[in-house]
Design a binder for this molecule. Structure first.
Ligand code: UD1
Length: 429
């Protein structure tokens, strides 16, 4: 298994190109199931999750081609992926495929809307109570689907098609909004989704669906109004930049006291996080072509934060902020309100010398002067990148194991950081 080795203490300086957003690319690829025609997606990141989803979609009959790199093109340009689901050959998404990636559960709605049936494994193979999809299922039932659970699979049927309805999501859920939206675009009549997730990736999916012929009002707000259409057509859409990758590299630059230009990043996608970084004493300059982040000589002040649905501070940046706070002056309170038990990085950060106390859903992080390199283990996608951030600032060598988590969501991370002066390498095997 690959590991990442970092020798900390190098100041990051240079330009980091920001890739297309993983969390937008995945639902956009899934939306290709809704039409017989070709959906062309530009700026798709090169990630293990994209490859895995391509396999799942291929199993349903989606024909996928990825444009090769042409002369003069850099690998930092995202790839162009063409997806054509002329015919759905299989409406089952098997356990072995879905278990590896929660987002693949979202094939449920488009398969159901287009074919009138779908059988999709519960994600992660876990019980419905611990990794719930109850909101997804309730919403599809409101649109007229019959849902059964059998042997770890959701079996959804709508032989006469789906019918629009008013749906109030009891909790903000990105995935349930994606699924409901993709079902509603082909349902008969009007669907209203209230308390919809306002994450930019939801807006990106909705915008693409409109480009495919869907009728959706209220994009970017918490009330989406959808007027169903009989069919959708092909389209070309560019995936928006990854706000989580943006925030991650901003914090990496900041912890090393460096200066980095995040090329292609969009500041409007992470205002709350950028404000928080400014509050710690980091300079953040927004421009049309990207965001410049610098901390030249100044110290880091502790800030407190609570994760919230968009436009609040994203849970997907919580672990990274905690790494940054490990070296701030004072004590920071980091409260996780979206996911229980999203603190697996705490014990690994502690191995690097961090002082963190857990109290229920809150971590109290007291800054230290120095972190020291150690062997640590990546436990999930965002947790693993927090260890990279801490490792960049730690004295000596940090060895991070189980980096396959990183490859799911961060494109060529060692190359992007290495170009800015980080001493970082992948050790294969
Ligand atoms: C998506 C993102 C993930 C991010 C999360 C929250 C992708 C691929 N993943 O995950 O990176 O951390 O949004 O911004 O885009 N819930 C229920 N019942 C449900 C569905 C969700 O109770 O049926 C709960 C979850 O347990 C969680 C909260 O709702 O507590 C939000 O989860 P949700 O927004 O659905 O997360 P995902 O879409 O899985």
């Amino acid at each position: 298994m690959d590991r990442i080795r970092i020798i900390g203490g190098k100041r990051l300086e240079g330009t980091i190109p920001i890739s297309g957003a993983k969390n937008a690319a995945l639902p956009l690829m899934i939306a290709s199931l809704l039409t017989r025609e070709t959906l062309t997606l530009k700026n798709v990141p090169r990630l293990a999750d994209v490859t895995q989803l391509s396999r799942i979609l291929g199993n349903h009959g989606v024909d996928i081609t990825v444009a090769g790199k042409r002369a003069g093109q850099s690998t930092s340009d995202g790839q162009t992926v063409k997806l054509t689901a002329e015919e759905i050959v299989d409406t089952t998404a098997p356990y072995a495929m879905v278990a590896r990636m929660r987002a693949s559960f979202w094939v449920l709605a488009p398969l159901l809307a287009r074919c009138g049936e779908a059988k999709v494994s519960l994600p992660g193979g876990c019980a419905i109570g611990t990794r719930p999809v109850d909101l997804h299922l309730a919403a599809l039932k409101s649109l007229g689907a019959e849902i059964d659970l059998e042997g770890g699979y959701v079996i959804a049927r709508a032989p006469k098609g789906l019918t629009g309805n008013k749906i109030v999501l009891p909790k903000v859920s990105v995935g349930a909004t994606h699924n409901t939206l993709m079902a509603a675009v082909l349902a008969r009549g009007e669907t209203i989704i209230d308390n919809a997730a306002r994450e930019p990736e939801v807006a990106d999916l909705a915008t693409c669906l409109v480009e495919m012929g869907a009728r959706i009002d209220g994009i970017g707000t918490s009330t989406l109004r959808i007027e169903g259409v009989p069919s959708l057509h092909g389209a070309e859409h560019t995936v928006l930049p990854d706000r989580i990758e943006t925030g991650t590299y901003a914090m990496a630059a900041a912890i090393t006291g460096g200066e980095v230009f995040l090329e292609g990043a969009r500041a409007d996608l992470l205002q709350e996080a950028l404000q928080l970084l400014r509050d710690t004493g980091i300079e953040v300059e927004e421009s049309a072509s990207g965001i410049k982040v610098s901390r030249n000589g100044g110290g880091l002040q502790a800030v407190s934060v609570e994760t919230q649905p968009f436009p609040g501070f994203p849970t997907d940046l919580q672990a990274q902020l905690m790494a940054l706070m490990c070296m701030a002056k004072g004590t920071s309170q980091v409260r996780e309100t979206i996911f229980e038990n999203r603190f697996m990085h705490v014990q690994e950060l502690a191995r690097l010398g961090a002082r963190i106390e857990l109290k229920g859903d809150t971590a109290l992080v007291t800054g230290v002067n120095d972190l020291r390199g150690a062997q640590v283990m990546a436990t999930d996608l965002r947790a693993s990148v927090s260890l990279i951030i801490a490792g960049l600032a730690a004295q000596g060598e940090t060895l991070i194991g189980r980096v396959y988590h990183l490859d799911r969501g961060f494109e060529r991370i060692e190359e992007k950081l290495g170009r800015c002066g980080a001493h970082i390498e992948r050790i294969s095997g």
